[in-house]
Structure formats: C-alpha cells, structure tokens
Design a binder for this molecule. Structure first.
Ligand code: NCD
Length: 325
C-alpha cells in the first residue's frame, strides 16, 4: 500500500493552510497567481523596492538531505527580497542527531525565523512539521514523496516555453518510481485538462501501480514503457537520474544508465519541443543536447529564483496589519 497522500486525502489549499507541503495545495488558479508574482519578481529583480519586500524577515533553511539548487536558489531568493537567512544543512550537526523530533526542531526554529524551508528524507515529514510549526513551512523535498516548489518551477517553465499547461503529451523518465519531482509534476499536470503522461524507465523503476491508479483517478492519462523511444514522441521530455539513494539495488545500473539517456542524435530526430531535468544530471542527458533549442533545463534552473521569491513573499512576509492588543 502506498504511503503517499492520495486524491482522496488532498490537503487544504495554499491560501487556507499558509504552508506548502504538496503541489495538491495549488490548483490552476493559485498556480496562475504564483506565476504572475514570479513574472513580477523576475521583472523587478534589481529594483531597490524588491530588496525591501522581506527586509524585516528571517528565512530558515533546514536541509537534512543533500541539496544544491533548492537550498541555493531559496537562499538567493531570500537575498533578493532583502531577508536574512539562517540555515542548518546536515542532520548530523543539528539536534536531530541528539534525538530531537522534527516537530520540536521546527517549533524551535520557528521562534527564530518568519518562514522555514525544510528538506528531510522521511516521506510525510513536511506535513508533520507544518502542523507543528508556528510559522509557514515550505517543503523542499520529503524523501520520495513530494517536491512542490520544483513542480511549480517545472510548470512555469513549460508555460513560458509552450504557452499552455493543458493538452500536453509529457514523457517522464528515467526513475519514475523514486522521484519526488516526477510525482509532484504529475499531480500538478493533473490539475489541467487533457494532459497525457508516459513514464519511461527500466521495469523495476516503474511507478508503483497504486500511484499510477491514483494519478488516473485525478484525471491524468498515464502509460508506462521500457522503451526510450516512447519519450521521443512527446511534446515535452522530463528526465531525471536514477535516484540511487532510494534504490536498494540496481543490478547493471551503469549499463542501464548508458541505455536510458537522451543524445543529440535521438533528440534531433524526435518531435520534442522541450527537454527538462530537475538536475543534478548524471547519465540521463548527453552534454551535446545542451546546445539544442529544445534544451530547457538551465532556463528551468534560472526560474527557480523568481518562483521561490514569489513563494517566500506570499507565505513568509509578516502580516503588518496585525497588532498585538
Ligand atoms: C531533485 C531532488 O532533489 O529531488 N533535485 C532538485 O531539487 N532540483 C532531483 C534529483 O535529486 O534527482
């Protein structure tokens, strides 16, 4: 039985909850509002007024799993908004190592900061933390479960490049089973009509059947294939590395890595309009793809800052209208 939240247990909307743990909290209209704010942030990145937006705020970054893009782009987003940043980057050097619970950790950090971004290897940890946290919490990835801010960056990049988020054929590989980025993006795409997803990878990395059924229940058309070719007949290819930190054993992993990859040769002869990758890249995209017009993964990286600025400013700014009586 899957431990992942299903369509039936959808959490409250971003606006109601005041935190972001799952892409399920963002429907098409609140997604559009986040994208409009991100557009504004990108346009006004160097305006002095932008650096005042969170000038009285502290952003806490708690990253108990490895990260480069997510932690640094949140850090850059906070800097662009004028906020101070405090951070913890390893479970071993925080009080989690002394046996402190995630709940107590965020209770403590929430008394220092106005908003917390947390990454933790336990599925469901973000939802637990958000409930206990005295300030808004943003999920920067909870194990193999969800990565909602990445999904917003992915949807924003698709919208910017292709002009729409509906009626798309999206191929996703090569580790749909263990990828929080793929799970969150599938759920996000399910919020828009007419999207079809083809999951591609070695059979042992196929998405679990109950997760596929859950996505179908949300209105997404889902197929799975072992054939890399299946990825080439789509509008968008969203590829990732094998998530080895979550795979018990991957016999012939290196040989599979050579098979499951995009090269300039197969991209040129494909119908693909856009190639995305949450990164880091290992085996899944040859370097010679980088110069092709379809390559969108470094643009996707750049979009991380305005999207995260939008989220920090929506959730983390202190409400100046409330006064203690
Ligand atoms: C992804 C993640 O951590 O889930 N990276 C990221 O945040 N951009 C994907 C990955 O690690 O493969």
């Amino acid at each position: 039985m899957s431990t992942h939240a299903t369509a039936a247990t959808r959490p409250p909307s971003l606006e109601q909850a005041g935190y972001l743990v799952s892409i399920d909290q963002v429907d098409a209209s609140s997604g559009a509002a986040i994208f409009a704010l991100a557009d504004e942030m990108a346009r006004n990145l160097y305006e002095p007024a932008t650096r005042q937006l969170m000038a009285d705020c502290v952003v806490a970054l708690l990253f108990f799993e490895p990260s480069s893009r997510t932690i640094l782009s949140f850090s850059a987003a906070a800097a662009r908004l004028g906020a101070g940043v405090i951070s913890h980057q390893a479970a071993e050097t925080s009080s989690l190592a002394k046996g402190e619970s995630i709940e107590d950790t965020v209770r403590v950090v929430g008394s220092y900061a106005d908003v917390i971004v947390m990454r933790h290897n336990e599925e469901g940890s973000a939802a637990r933390a958000a409930e206990a946290c005295p300030v808004p919490l943003i999920n920067g990835g909870d194990g193999g479960n969800e990565h909602p801010t990445q999904a917003l960056i992915d949807l924003y990049t698709i919208r910017n490049r292709l002009g729409r988020l509906d009626g798309l054929r999206v191929g996703m590989g090569f580790d749909p089973r263990h990828s929080r980025a793929i799970r969150s993006l599938c759920r996000g795409l399910a919020r828009h009509p007419g999207n079809e997803v083809t999951l591609v990878g070695p059979r042992q990395l196929w998405m679990a059947e109950d997760d596929v059924q859950d996505l179908r229940g949300r209105g997404l058309t889902v197929a799975q294939s072992e054939d890399v070719e299946a990825l080439l007949h789509q509008d968008v290819a969203y590829v990732n590395r094998f998530q080895r930190e979550r795979i018990a054993a991957l016999p012939d992993g290196d040989a599979l890595g050579r098979l499951y990859r995009l090269s300039a040769g197969n991209v040129r002869s494909s119908g693909l309009q856009l190639i995305l990758d949450p990164l880091p890249r290992t085996h899944e995209i040859d370097q010679d793809v980088d110069g092709l017009p379809q390559a969108g993964y470094f643009e996707q990286v750049r979009n991380g800052v305005p999207i995260r600025m939008a989220l920090l400013s929506m959730l983390g700014r202190r409400d100046t209208t409330t006064t203690d009586s």
